[in-house]
Each structure stands twice: as C-alpha cells, then as structure tokens.
Design a protein around this ligand. Structure first.
Ligand code: MFK
Length: 539
C-alpha cells in the first residue's frame, strides 16, 4: 500500500496574502485612510480564509428549500436558507457590506472600501453577494428617487449594521416574455380606488434571492403604453407581520447550473400591494441605478472568484509534485498560472476603477465628463470581467488536474458560479449593445469614443515602456477606425468584439498605470503578459 497522501490546498488571511489588493489600495487611498480601513479588511480576510471558508466547505451539499404548504393545508411558501447563508447575512450586516458605501466615512473612497470588503467576503459565501448587490442597488435607487416616504421606510433597514434590523432587497425584473428585453414585461398594476396604492398581477420568472423583505419591480399601470417607457417602478414589502407572503405565490425554485445557494424562484403576483417609487412611467430608466450598482458588484464578484481560484491553485502548486518536482517549479505550470494572474490583475484594475467613479458619482464629486465615462465603463467592465472570470475558473480547475473536476474538493463550484456572471445583469451581447448606446449618451458616438481614448491615454502618460503604450494606442486606433467605417448591421454584429476590445484596452492601460506606480517587477510581468495575449478582438 502506498503511504502517499496528497496535501490539500489551503488559504491564509485573504487580505494579508493579496498583493494585488494591497498594492492597489496603497495607490488609491491616502495613507491615513488606508491605516484606518486596514483592520476591517484584515478581519474580513481572516474570516474569508478561515471560519467562512471552513463553513463553506461544510455547507457544500446544502441547498435552500421551499415549503409551499403547512401540515394544515395553509399556503406558506416558506424559504429556508442554508447555514452558510444564515451566517453570511449576519456578518454582512455587522461588517457593513452595504452600509460602508452609505456611511461615506471616507467620502467617495468609501465605495472602494466597500468593494474591497465585498471582494474578500464573496468567494467564501457562495454568492451571498447576490442579495447584497440588490440591497445596495435598491438603497441607491430609492435615494435617487427622492421618494421621501419610501426612503424613510426602507433605506435605514438596507444600510444598517444591526443584523436584527437588516433587510435585503430583491430586484424582480425578468418575466417569461422579457429577460433581456424588459420592455416586454406583462405584469399589470391596478390602482386602488381612492388611494395612491396599487396591486400587481403577473408572473415573475427568474427572481433571485427570494428571501428578501422588500423588492423593487416593474409593472405596467393599466392604460400605459407598451415598451419600457410604459412600465413603472414599484416598491413591494414581500411579507406581512406574520411572515406570510403578501399575495405572492412562490411556484418553485429554479434548478440552476450554479449559484445553488441563491433561492431563485418563479413567482405569481396575485394582487400584491405595491407603491410607485418615481412617477407612473419610465420604469426601465428609473430602475437603471439599481442595474448599474449590481453590475459593479458583478465585476467585483468576477475578480474575487478569479482571485480565489488562483489563491488555491498557487498554494496547491507548492504541494503537488509531478515528474520530479513541485508544480511551482515547473516552467510550463508557472507560465500558465502567470497568464491567468495577468487576466485577474487586469480585471481587478478595471472593476475597482469603476468603483472609484461610482463613489465619486455618489458624493457628487464627479465631473460631467467622468459621469459619461462611468455610464460607458459600467457595461464594458461587466461584460469584460464576466468573460475573464469564466475563462480563469475553467483554467483553474484544469490546473488541479482531475481533482479540479471532483465535487468534494469544493473546486467545481468556482466554474459553475462564475458562469452566471456573463449571463445575469445583462448578457455579454446585451451589454455590448448598451456600450454602443452609452457611447452616444450625448448624441455623438465619435465624441464618446474620444472621451474614452482620453481616459485611457491619461493612464499611460509619462510611462517609459513605449512598447506597451504602443499596444494601447494601436488598439484604440483600430477601434476608432472600425467605428468610423462600420455601417448598418455590421455595427451590431461587431458590438461584442468592439466592446471587449475597449474593455481589454482600458484594462491594459490601468495595469500599466499601476505598474508604473508600483515599480513592482511582478506587476510589470503581468502587464507584459496581458499585452502579449492581445487586447484587440476586432477583425
Ligand atoms: C453578484 C453580483 C450581481 C448580483 C445580481 C443578482 C441578481 C440579478 C438577477 C437578475 O439577473 S435581474 C435582471 C437583470 N436584467 C437585466 O439586467 C436586463 C438586461 N437588459 C438591459 O439592460 C436592456 O438594455 C434594457 C432592459 C435596459 C433595455 O430596455 P429598453 O426598454 O429598450 O430601454 P432603453 O430604451 O434602452 O432605455 C430606457 C432608458 O433607460 C433610456 O433613458 P431615456 O429614457 O432618458 O432615453 C436609457 O438611456 C436608460 N438606461 C438604460 N440602461 C441604463 C440606462 N441609464 C443608465 N444606466 C443604464 N445601464
């Protein structure tokens, strides 16, 4: 009998161990802010690499359940979450996973602090980032709406640090008719005679994290025109004081490829009480703040899952011996991981840059030019990082050989959960079309592209490595000439290649900027690798 026993991959403090996060924070945060946030991040890094990670592995086979009826025939539609998610909810509230962005202790940089917390928390909590993203988005949407009654009623619950008071929010958009094309929604809003209240009737087909206390949803007030403009944005409290759903039936939970801890349901709204959030039309426009926040979370989740896979893979490479040496001493294995690391670092820089701009927009420190840039970069960042996360997760599994394909290593879930990132919150193609729309937010796409170019080139100002800067310049020139020459259907057909090129180009520019700042040899290596893999997808 062989005495050989393979050592398993392990995690340390996920903040202490993360060169990329620490070096980024050292660049963007003033020294006093960095020293103040250090403890909160170190604590979260400790939880993520220790207690939460252990609980995640122990919770692997548990899934949320739906009980539709009690023993006496009453319809109860009770959702039971798994132990990991119950713990995650308390930790999320106490550690201010949503609150940090609204307390604004460090002004616009509070968004960066919050995203750093979310980035550490997410990979150990099996997509608890989903309800948090929607909660954050709901708080932002209500605050932007100016509806003081709803702000007073709901926002304190959404941004509290007290687990007993904490609410999560749902985002009920998708219907059978419209996953991407939300304007096709069929849910009807009937006004209650003699009051401002409404009741909603319809089917919501793919509603995530159904355990939330409130939701923002879209419905068409009777008599309104078709399309997104005829929809209105509504606020719902999901359960009454006895915990019973308010005229909401949970028909079943979805049987999904991944995000298995997220209770995603099909719902029937059968007279659900609802209040208008802002006006009685323009629901799609009014829910957009929520979409932009959840898209930011999507990007942060993408980089956090890449980082988790790589942390495990790098550790394993020091423990697994093959052909006479640890994998960490095998040039081809090291080279493969370094290329994945470069993708991760590039995605990281873009996701956190969007967090910086989002923070500035929330504290109204954003210029008009930057606001247009944020509108453009949000879909670009979401679509680019979503694709990178799936590729990196797939390669991470492969880096473990057969072990990466075996469920009780806890590795396959990384791939399954990453696969949702390019799908929900707008697929790659829908966001590529949104990129084209955002490029012409002020009516002129060429002007929009020039704004993007200026932002990109400002990252590489004063950089010595002209070879790297030339890769950026060439991709920008190609994108500009494509946009100037593409006509008719070719514009839509090429939108994905164009958007990915913009995404990878700005990632490269941000990586160069960071490397120049850090003069860190490893960071420079990642930049060169990322540039050599290529940013230009247009043909
Ligand atoms: C892990 C982290 C993430 C966790 C999230 C978890 C849960 C998520 C579960 C879900 O997946 S929820 C469903 C997500 N669904 C989507 O994201 C829908 C995807 N489809 C789109 O985004 C379409 O582009 C869209 C529905 C917006 C298109 O609809 P329309 O009716 O054709 O809208 P239109 O005419 O493009 O835009 C209407 C207005 O909204 C316009 O403004 P104006 O009325 O002033 O002209 C747009 O400019 C504005 N708008 C649209 N998207 C915007 C926006 N404004 C700002 N930001 C945006 N992103």
């Amino acid at each position: 009998m062989s005495q050989f026993q393979q050592a398993l991959p392990e995690l340390g403090n996920q903040y202490d161990d993360d060169r990329v996060l620490r070096s980024y924070l050292a660049r963007v945060l003033p020294a006093d802010v960095l020293s103040e946030v250090h403890e909160s991040l170190a604590e979260m890094g400790h939880l993520a690499g220790g207690e939460l990670y252990d609980l995640q592995l122990a919770d692997r086979l548990n899934e949320p359940t739906l009980t539709q009826w009690d023993a006496w025939g009453n319809r109860i539609d009770k959702i039971e979450l798994t132990p990991l998610w119950r713990v995650a909810e308390g930790i999320a509230a106490e550690h201010g996973l949503v609150a940090t962005a609204y307390e604004q202790k460090y002004g616009s940089l509070s968004r960066v602090h919050q995203c750093a917390l979310a980035y550490l928390f997410t990979p150990s909590t099996d997509i608890y980032s989903c309800p948090l993203a929607m909660t954050d988005g709901a708080a932002r949407t209500l605050l932007n709406s100016g509806n003081q009654g709803l702000i007073d009623r709901a926002v304190p619950h959404l941004i509290t640090r007290d687990p007993k008071e904490f609410w999560t929010a749902g985002q009920w958009m998708t219907e059978l008719t419209g996953g991407s094309d939300v304007g096709l929604s069929e849910t009807i809003a009937k006004s209650e005679p003699g009051s401002n209240a409404f009741r909603l009737y319809g089917r919501k087909w793919f509603t995530s994290a159904i355990g939330s206390q409130m939701a923002l949803t879209l419905a068409r007030p009777e008599g309104n025109p078709p399309g997104g403009r005829g929809l209105a944005l509504f606020y719902i409290e999901t359960r009454d004081e006895h915990g019973r759903p308010r005229n909401i039936q949970i028909n079943r939970l979805k049987d999904k490829l991944g995000t298995r801890k997220v209770p995603t349901a099909e719902l029937t709204l059968d007279g659900t009480p609802a209040q208008l959030v802002k006006g009685s039309v323009d629901g799609v426009r009014n829910i957009a703040p929520l979409l932009n926040i959840t898209r930011l979370w999507n990007g942060i989740s993408a980089v956090s899952l890449m980082r988790r896979g790589l942390a495990l893979s790098f550790d394993y490479a020091t423990k697994r011996t093959a052909f006479g040496a640890p994998l960490s001493e095998k040039p081809l294995h090291v080279d493969t991981l370094a290329t994945l690391q470069a993708e991760f670092e590039a995605a990281f820089q873009l996701a956190f840059y969007v967090a910086e701009l989002t923070g500035k927009s929330e504290t109204r420190e954003i210029s008009d030019e930057e606001a247009l840039l944020l509108r453009l970069l949000t879909p670009i960042m979401k679509l680019t990082t979503g694709k990178q996360a799936v590729m990196v997760a797939s390669e991470v599994l492969e880096s473990f050989g057969g072990a990466g394909y075996v469920e009780d290593t806890g590795l396959p879930v990384l791939l399954r959960d990453s696969q949702v990132l390019p799908i929900w919150e707008g697929t790659t193609n829908v966001l590529a079309l949104d990129t084209l729309r955002a490029l012409q937010s002020d009516g002129d796409a060429q002007q929009g592209l020039r704004r993007f170019e200026a932002a990109v080139m400002s990252c590489v100002e004063g950089v010595n490595d002209s070879k790297l800067v030339n890769v950026v310049r060439a991709a920008l020139d190609h994108a500009a000439s494509w946009l100037a020459n593409a006509e008719g259907d070719a514009v839509e057909a090429g939108a994905r290649r164009f958007s990915l090129t913009l995404g990878r180009t700005i990632e490269l520019a941000l990586l160069i900027k960071h490397a120049q700042w850090s003069l860190d040899r490893q960071a420079i290596d990642s930049v060169r690798r990322f540039a050599s893999v290529g940013v230009d997808h247009i043909f």
